[in-house]
Design a protein around this ligand. Structure first.
Ligand code: 5GP
Length: 175
């Protein structure tokens, strides 16, 4: 099988696996097993992160999925956020963690946190695999961050460029 190539590897597959396991353990420690834990995965970029995150936990969790518009077919943010697919279940009284791939300007996450907070969860936290702090336009609280990276457009481990490269087991800098 030939994998598509996507430039330089920034974070290797083993490094990602190790960090995601750590994050899973940290989340597990923060939510006692007797407490409800509901993970909201932001499609499509966070699907692989969610899959590894929940497998790294030795406790039960429920999951739900939502889709927001982000970069259309390029590598620059439009700043416009649209809800493309809503959740299947309500959040009232639940311990919710948003699971997102990458925090860039923060506009998407800020919008998402606002609409989910309005649904009255008991607690609302956020887990992001990657963060580009130098790009932030809005201050947004994120309790669990996997890796902080420079301002580069990255693909792999769920993240795409025009729907390609999501299957890479590592994070690469495009080009
Ligand atoms: P923000 O609203 O924080 O500017 O953008 C967040 C969204 O933009 C992410 O959920 C992701 O879909 C997309 N994004 C931001 N930076 C990157 C990147 O380096 N690579 C990819 N593939 N998507 C990115």
């Amino acid at each position: 099988m030939t994998r598509p190539t996507a430039g330089t590897i920034l974070i290797g597959a083993e490094q990602i696996q190790a960090r995601v396991k750590e994050m899973a353990k940290q989340i597990q420690a923060d939510y006692p097993a007797a407490e409800d834990l509901h993970l909201v995965c932001v499609l499509k970029g966070a699907f692989m992160f969610l899959a590894d995150l929940i497998r790294g936990m030795e406790r039960s969790t429920t999951v739900d999925f939502m889709a927001l518009s982000s970069y259309a077919r390029g590598t620059t943010s439009s700043g416009e956020v649209r809800l493309l697919k809503d959740l299947d279940y309500g959040l009232q009284g639940r311990n919710v963690i948003i699971v997102e791939d990458i925090l860039d300007t923060g506009l998407t996450m800020s919008y998402l946190q606002e609409i989910l907070r309005a649904r009255s969860p008991r607690t609302l936290r956020t887990a992001c695999l990657l963060s580009k702090p130098s790009r932030r336009m809005i201050d947004v609280p994120v309790e669990y961050i996997g890796f902080t990276i420079e301002d580069r457009f990255v693909v792999g481990y769920g993240l795409d460029y025009a729907e390609e490269y999501r299957n890479l087991p590592h994070i690469a800098v495009l080009g």
